[in-house]
Design a protein around this ligand. Structure first.
Ligand code: G4P
Length: 531
């Protein structure tokens, strides 16, 4: 098969949701459809239990298991589908953001009872930054949820994206009767069915007399009214608008009952984008280019003391990746090759001899990689768009054993390269500050510094709630600002200046007083803060 045919076969996406909306259940059902697993429950057992919030070792152990489910590959309708798993735990939100840089589209799961929740909004922000195409799956229709029109309004206002329902529910909760496909004009009947994959489908026109027999007069009338309203209010579905990330098609269903999944998957296969071009600091890289390129979007450390190796996850962006071939590690300016790269086919790790754009390769790493690293066939370019986001919790790292300064330095550099947390430097007094999105990471870092690097530390909380990356119209303006703000200015690992703010109010004030300085919530500098 030619490279182009291989590319056309591939669909690489992530399922995202607020915890508990049904991401794991949906993933599992998609794998069942694809024949990648035979029994329900196979994915579930690997997920991070939401109850174990205080026990980070337990969570890390489960994260260890979840390497196997980091990428799930299956074949369906001649396509090779890669689902990239994203951690459900809020404290690992940064992992999720980075995984989103490696996909070509996402499916967003919403709980019809709870609607748009906090984490859904933040994840969508990341999708919007990159114009990632989104399909929405409204789950748990077997429960009494919000009115579908209100839900759609909420999606539009809170997520900042236009929506277009492609199916429409007939009732909800105990009275849930199924969905009507606006696309195919078919009625899908709901049957409680947790194990088998089948749907009860009737092809029917809305004016057909059988409709009343099937769902009852009241629901038949309601459905006709709803559909008329939908067609009147929402624009026609446009694949082009979806591909640009401007319009999200919406499906309704119940993942646990296998309901609405097939329609979702079939539509996904029809509309979802194939591996897309990706920006670099030099030029855009097309997947069809003959030379190989890719980047590392995730590094997974092994906490088992007997196996210290890490696994780096590489997304292939162009050309063909081959085992035992030398590739150029751009940041280190050296050539590296891999004896046993692996793939995740059939939820098992197996050696990968060759891979194509859209594929994710697992690489054993002894410390050569950090998040965002690029591999090429020689060209000096770096894939862009792997931003750091402002952490929410900041603590100063205090060395408890001056004899182990070197170990501490090495440890914290390596752990932050892995993306466990972000490291900042306050030049005054050469103080190190670690920023995270969750308390859990501080325990993880402290534990790992001690057990892997033999260094002991403690944390001193800081009165900082946001870090803003700074840019300036003129260098002199930046120099002056840095001089004036002293201890409120830190530097990230790439020596970019960052403003440490106690509150949003403080950012607003500083922005007003310093019009030549620009404040950004991500290290990508594209969008300025909107406060
Ligand atoms: P997550 O990965 O997004 O965190 O969600 P997950 O799939 O684990 O689903 C969260 C809970 O919602 C699970 O219940 C799951 O069974 C349930 N669920 C998923 N889809 C549906 C649905 O369509 N209808 C209903 N009523 N429930 C659904 P749990 O009690 O947390 O776990 P379990 O005891 O069922 O394993």
């Amino acid at each position: 098969m030619s490279n182009i045919e291989e590319i056309k076969k591939r669909r690489t996406f992530a399922i995202i949701s607020h915890p508990d909306a049904g991401k794991t259940t949906l993933t599992e059902k998609l794998l069942l459809f694809g024949g990648a697993i035979q029994t329900a429950g196979a994915v579930k057992s690997n997920k991070i239990k939401k109850t174990a919030t205080s026990d980070f070792m337990e969570i890390e152990k489960q994260r260890g298991i979840s390497v196997a489910t980091s990428v799930m590959t299956f074949e369906y309708r001649d396509l090779l589908i890669n689902i990239l798993d994203t951690p459900g735990h809020k404290d690992f939100a940064e992992d999720t953001y980075r995984t989103l840089t490696a996909v070509d589209s996402v499916i967003l799961v919403i709980d019809c009872v709870k609607g748009v929740e906090e984490q859904t909004e933040r994840l969508m922000e990341v999708c919007r930054m990159r114009n990632t195409p989104v399909i929405v799956f409204v789950n748990k229709l077997d429960r009494e949820g919000q009115n579908p029109f209100e839900l759609l309004d909420e999606l539009e206002t809170k997520l900042g994206i236009r929506v277009r329902p492609l199916t429409w529910p007939i009732n909800m909760g105990a009275d849930f009767k199924g969905v009507y496909s606006l696309f195919e004009q078919k009625l899908y009947f709901f049957k409680i069915n947790k194990t088998k994959i089948e749907s009860n489908v009737v092809e029917i026109d809305l004016g057909d007399d059988r409709l009343e027999e099937l769902v009852g007069l009241k629901d038949a009338v309601q459905l006709a009214e709803d559909v008329e309203l939908v067609e009147g209010v929402y624009d026609e579905f446009s694949k082009e608008a979806y591909e640009k990330g401007e319009l999200a098609p919406v499906f309704f269903g119940s993942a646990i009952n296998n309901f609405g999944i097939k329609e979702l998957l079939d539509t996904f296969c029809e509309i979802s984008p194939l591996p897309q071009p990706r920006p670099t600091d030099v030029r855009e890289v097309e997947p069809t280019e003959s030379k190989f390129s890719g980047f590392i979007f995730k590094i997974h450390a092994n906490l088992d003391p007997r196996h210290r190796d890490r696994i780096a996850f590489l997304r292939i962006c162009s050309g063909k990746f081959e085992r035992r071939t030398f590739y150029h590690h751009v940041r280190l300016n050296k050539d590296v090759r891999f004896a046993s790269p692996f793939t995740f086919m059939a939820s098992d790790k197996s050696v990968m001899d060759e891979g194509f754009p859209g594929d994710v390769v697992g690489l054993y790493d002894t410390g050569n990689f950090k998040i965002g690293d690029t591999l090429t066939e020689g060209e000096n370019l770096n894939f862009a768009g792997i931003p750091s986001f402002s952490p929410e919790i900041f603590k100063e790292l205090i060395n408890l054993d001056p004899m182990k300064s070197k170990q501490l330095e090495k440890g914290i550099q390596q752990l932050t390269d892995e993306g466990v947390a972000q490291l900042f430097n306050l030049d005054l007094g050469n103080r190190k500050v670690v920023g995270t999105v969750g308390e859990l990471q501080f325990d993880v870092i402290q534990y790992r510094l001690e057990h892997e690097y033999g260094a002991k530390c403690r944390w001193v909380p800081m009165n900082v709630t946001r870090a803003c990356w700074l840019t300036a119209d003129e260098k002199s303006a930046m120099d002056e600002f840095i001089r004036l703000k002293g201890n409120q200015i830190a530097f990230d690992k790439d020596r970019n200046p960052v403003f440490f703010a106690e509150s949003d109010w403080m950012i607003r004030m500083n922005r007003e007083n310093n019009p030549k300085i620009h404040f950004h919530f991500t290290s990508e500098f594209k969008t300025e803060v909107a406060l």
